[in-house]
Design a binder for this molecule. Sequence first.
Ligand SMILES: [Fe+2]
Length: 227
Amino acid sequence: MTPDHVSILTRDFYRTMISVVDELMAMLDRWTFETRTHSCRVTLLSLQIGESLGLAPKELFRLGAGSLLHDIGKIRIPQEILMKPGPLSPEEWRVMKMHPQLGCEILERFPPLRVAGDLVVQHQERWDGSGYPNGLKKEDICLNARIFAVADSFDAMTNQRSYNTVRQIDDAILELLHESGSLYDPHVVRSFISFAHPPDDNEIMDNMERFLEEVFPPERFIQTFLS
Ligand SMILES: [Fe+2]
């Protein structure tokens, strides 16, 4: 095989991966009636934390892919449960809590995305063991899932539209500090609050393909799969 063949295969592999991520996100949007902006914002926040902690390119790839697709398992959860207006019954909760494992199983079918399985299966775990599905604690939770937990909570707290943004950021930081060492890894919280700022939705949604290429720079992709 010539170097030209290798570069064509690499480019096609890369483009396929971007298309698969885009399609999986679209499937999730259609099934849950949510927009993808939440996943995109959380991904940007996760990657900022990952970079500030000095993660290697391969880890950043895993972190980006896992953050974008963290809830993909919800496409296997019945809509009656996902959309239920009132509180879930114990049995419905049992089903709902399967979404991290189901997500991991979906990614298993797409080789370039398997590396994100750890984050996806652990994205609802919490530092003190109060999360699910396995009640993992502290460093038994992979670092990427601990980073994701901080980014996800910050995004949820800073996206209540009726509320002043500056106030939201201050309140969210206080809340993260308050739960640091219980729900969240203190080291991750410390790193995050030094730069915490919510990403801008318009920038993300202007061009999804460009956004995905920023999340998965070709060099990072190559270092993950071809080195
Ligand atoms: Fe989730």
